[in-house]
Write a protein of this length. Sequence first.
Length: 226
Amino acid sequence: MRIHWLQHADFEDLGCIAPWLAAQGHAVSGTRLYAGEIAPEAATFDALIVMGGPMNIYEYERHPWLRAEKALIRSAADAGKRVLGICLGAQLLADVLGGAVTRNAQSEIGWFPLHLTAAGRASPLFADLPERFTGFHWHGDTYALPPGAECLAASEACAQQAFALGGQLLGLQFHLEVTRENAAEWFRHEQPAPAPYVQAPGHILAQRECFEENNRWMRAVLGRFF
């Protein structure tokens, strides 16, 4: 399968997704949007992965490429391509599908419990995930559920943590793909202020088993989605 991915910052990559794609023999290409690279047309790939980033989806003046990116995501969705959006990517996907993106009541950064909804428990994409689990979070915004989509997961701080539409489109607000090395690099670029749902970097990075467990679940979801 030809899989293209969109990168929004030089320090936010595919995480554990990259070695999984390589091991499966997929043809992988990417666009560094932050560096001014122009993404290809949707006809050139079979699936699209839209990653996270420190910006918001409505910051057009600072990141003018956001408009073209949204158009590409819309084109890929309309063409029946598989589209996986993670964090910012999930918000971008929700936005182009008609789900408004707004500031969440709380920023959520660190290890916090999630639970699958009834739709999540019934979804083949999440068949390998437990009904309740601890996931890694790093977001301040949230999205409204797009028309026709199903909410698959929620947390105490954020009601919309995952959605699927038509089996081809999947948005994950949380970060199963992040490795401990990824998280350490993020903290070198940003030091979030303390808040009710913001954990200290030392605590977050100490949870080695959580990173490994999340990565196993990411590979399981990828296997079912692709």
